[in-house]
Design a protein around this ligand. Structure first.
Ligand code: PLP
Length: 347
């Protein structure tokens, strides 16, 4: 296994990061804050937020069964994805290997950072072909992306495949678990201490119901988290976001109720959609959405849109021909969708 230091870009390894006022003084005993050129009025948002989000990290670490030093928060998971490229990939030289189809941001972020993105098709059940992914690796491959449960297909990746990648790939393995709360399986965070090159992504945007506050999580070895802290914007998580997340964490019961309601609705929706004459296949889902292959995705998409119902047309994505990705909503919303689909079948 290559060391994290060997994988890190030279300029990042040697980087002297910006040291903010709140980095240099983080004690609790000061009464008078005249160090950061803040406005003394307009409490509490006049103050810069905690650059390392210590309170939030302590609480999330306890919930996730990791150490606070293994936690990073970003402006959405997208910040953590972008940081992987900026920390490990030399523009114009290094590359990333990823399962395809999967989340679009991995490739967009690669393009932005001028990093070659090697897409390796999954099998027809959307399981990654680990042999093919490893065969696509060369000496400049720094990152390998997996998404489990996968977006847009909805399925969990078999654990044995992920373990094989972790055991064989020398670079950084990223496993995006944005939808893990809907899957009822253990998170790969349990393996953090065994694999110092593993990065697990999660988010407040899905199960926690907080897409609007933009808060993503990355879990990794202290060495990787240290690099992420070094490269991120000093105050990347604003104080309103930190406050809202802390409040939501006090209401875990509510989150769990939402998740079980959504899982229950998912089963009902999958069964109902499968009955429709326009439905060719309902892909099994471990997430809060269902991928459905239909007879004519564009026509159905347009019909639903005309009726005020928006789903995602994934037809142009690899292996997703004529497929719609449908998010599980409230029982009322789901009933409206099913009614509209039934109506489409009648005309
Ligand atoms: C929704 C989603 C995310 C979450 O992104 P945020 O930037 O945290 O909102 C991450 N990964 C995948 C695969 C997703 O579908």
């Amino acid at each position: 296994m290559k060391t994290i230091k060997e994988l890190t870009r030279k300029c990042i390894d040697s980087l002297q990061p910006y040291s903010s006022a709140r980095n240099e003084y983080s004690g609790k005993t000061a009464r008078v804050f005249l160090d950061a050129n803040e406005n003394p009025y307009n409490d509490p948002i006049n103050r810069y937020p905690d650059p390392l989000q210590c309170e939030l990290k302590n609480q999330v670490a306890a919930i996730k069964g990791v150490r606070p030093s293994q936690v990073f928060f970003g402006n959405g998971s997208d910040e953590a994805i972008d940081l992987m490229y900026r920390i490990f990939c030399n523009p114009g030289r290094d590359n990333a290997v990823a399962m395809e189809p999967s989340y679009g941001m991995y490739g967009v972020s690669a393009d932005i950072n001028d990093v070659e993105y090697r897409r390796i098709l999954t099998d027809s059940a959307f399981q990654p072909d680990i042999d093919a992914m490893l065969a696509a690796v060369d000496e400049n491959t720094k990152l390998m992306f997996f998404c489990s449960p996968n977006n847009p297909s909805g399925n969990l990746i078999e654990r044995s495949r992920l373990i094989r990648a972790l055991d064989s790939f020398q670079g950084i393995t990223i496993i995006d678990e944005a939808y893990i709360d809907f899957a009822g399986t253990e998170s790969m965070t349990a393996l953090l201490d065994s694999y110092p090159n593993l990065v697990v992504l999660q988010t407040f945007s899905k199960a926690w119901g907080m897409a609007g506050i933009r808060l993503g999580m990355a879990f990794a070895s202290e060495e990787i988290i240290g690099l992420m802290n070094k490269v991120k914007y000093p105050y990347n998580i604003n104080c309103l976001t930190q406050q809202a997340a802390l409040e939501q964490l006090q209401q875990r019961d509510r989150m769990k109720k939402w998740v079980s309601q959504i899982i229950e609705e998912r089963a009902g929706m999958a069964a109902a959609i499968a009955e429709l004459p326009v439905c060719l296949h309902v892909f099994p889902s471990d997430a809060n959405f269902i991928l459905v292959r239909v007879t004519d995705a564009s026509a159905i998409y347009n019909y639903l849109t005309d009726n005020g119902i928006i789903v995602r047309n994934r037809s142009r994505i690899a292996l997703c021909g004529n497929s719609l990705r449908i998010t599980v909503g409230t029982p009322q919303e789901n009933a409206e969708l099913l009614e509209s689909l039934a109506e489409y079948c009648r005309i």
